[in-house]
Design a protein around this ligand. Sequence first.
Ligand code: GRF
Length: 202
Amino acid sequence: MKNLAVLVSGNGSNLQAILDAEAKQQLSAHVRLVISNVDGVHALERARAANVETLVLPHRSFATREAYDDALGQALRSANIDFVALAGFMRIVSSRLLEAFPSRVINIHPSLLPAFPGLHAQRQALEHGVKVSGCTVHFVDVGCDSGAIIAQAAVPVLDGDDEAALTARILVEEHRLFPRALQLFAEGRIELEGRQVRVRNG
Ligand code: GRF
């Protein structure tokens, strides 16, 4: 069974969906470690409630992004981590971490990429007036939300939606999509060729 680390910064509802999927045996990977760059966040409580080891690694304690990512890499290696999920981890990761875990760092983003990368994706979608938005699971590369796309789910943008309403509707799909995509990876069914991700039949 592959060891998965989940990196978080906040509420951790996606982490919860991943933990629930493992508990329901819908994810054949073990969440071995949860790392947060912020202390005191709800995601850490969720990890502890599931008896998962936690580590708080505050980015402010490190002089450079590279030094931070070296520390992350070290923690991941000493926990024998095979692949990494970024679940609301509000940090750009550097090539240092990606070289240590090539094509093994996976992120979820609350828009249909390549539309609306970066912060406040739901607000960007509302401001642009799109009628459909959604979420994207993708491999992480050195850019911002620019890596190869593994899976996407669409949701409608409804008249009268505010940021909170659209965020909530997208989150429902995130909680379905992310564990499923991680399961495809855990099963070794994902092939990456350049920007193209192909899913082999199970
Ligand atoms: C999600 O919308 C995710 O797509 C984005 O950050 C948010 C994290 O939410 N990257 P949560 O902490 O998993 O509840």
